[in-house]
Design a protein around this ligand. Structure first.
Ligand SMILES: Nc1ncnc2c1ncn2[C@@H]1O[C@H](COP(=O)(O)OP(=O)(O)OP(=O)(O)O)[C@@H](O)[C@H]1O
Ligand SMILES: [Mg+2]
Length: 254
């Protein structure tokens, strides 16, 4: 269970995330919606440790993550799609994913300097990396350097690296933004597969309401940094606060 308690961050006089208390259970996909500037990405940054909270705590399975570095939180099981600045631009797609797989299987090399085990580890890592690349439809580009990839493929690679970490919690922030009509379904299929697994905690920031309607088990709404609605998707979408504050429908219809 991922939990935030009273999570708050202040930028000067502006409270971008304001006292957000919320729990996210394994096996559920929660969509986080809200207008531009509502604090969705900032909330993710506070959870993943990219940003230091002014107040409040983050817990994963009862373990306090507040005060820990972003990489310590990753090791604890929090998976945030890598930003491209975290990648090795001059290594190939395959090499990058293999490194991510290797990072999660650090135990393997403690067996010592045994050529057989090094070779078989290497082969297992490559096989796992290959299968992840197949899942995100990047296999054809496996020998391309990251720097040479078009934008859509870079976003797919971000998701591949997230998969490689095998986290307990998957955080997707507008995962299909900037993708073309052929690329977006690949990512949505992956999220569907993660959901089907039934054990992952998935958080999805998404503006496209058709995607939210299809995938979400629950919707929470952030507005001016505050949690203003939380519940079953059809109820939340129909609620006056969402219709007015987010979709702007009520006012237009009136
Ligand atoms: N590092 C920062 N320093 C100062 N202000 C910030 C910082 N990061 C975010 N903000 C402000 O916090 C508010 C919330 O921004 P955030 O990016 O979290 O919104 P969002 O809900 O993700 O919006 P969008 O839907 O456009 O992605 C905005 O007013 C933004 O300008
Ligand atoms: Mg955002």
């Amino acid at each position: 269970m991922l939990e935030t308690r009273g999570l708050t961050v202040r930028f000067g006089g502006h409270v971008a995330v304001n006292d957000v208390s919320c729990s996210f259970a394994p096996g559920t996909l929660t969509a986080i919606v809200g207008p531009n500037g509502a604090g969705k990405t900032t909330y993710f940054n506070l959870i993943s440790g990219q940003l230091k909270a002014t107040a409040g705590t983050v817990l994963l399975d009862g373990q306090l993550l507040s005060g820990q570095s972003a990489s310590a939180r990753t090791r604890a099981g929090l998976g945030r799609a890598f930003q491209l600045t975290n990648l090795f631009p001059n290594l190939t797609v395959l090499e990058n994913v293999r490194l991510a797989v290797q990072a999660t299987r650090e135990g393997a090399h403690r067996r010592g300097l045994n050529l057989w085990s090094i070779w078989s580890d290497h082969r297992a890592l490559t096989e796992r990396a290959d299968s992840i690349l197949a899942e995100v439809a990047l296999k054809a580009k496996e020998h391309a350097t990251v720097a040479s990839l078009p934008h859509g493929d870079q976003r797919k690679l971000e998701v591949a690296l997230l998969m490689a970490l095998e986290p307990k919690v998957f955080m997707f922030d507008e995962p299909t933004a900037g993708m073309n009509a052929a690329e977006a379904p690949v990512i949505l299929d992956l999220i569907r597969a993660l959901k089907k697994d039934g054990t992952k905690t998935i958080l999805l920031v998404e503006h496209k309401m058709d995607v939210v309607r299809e995938l979400a088990d629950r919707i929470i709404v952030l507005h001016n940094g505050q949690l203003v609605a939380d519940g079953e998707p059809s109820e939340v979408i129909a609620s006056p606060i969402v219709q007015e504050a987010y979709l702007g429908v009520a006012k237009e219809a009136a």
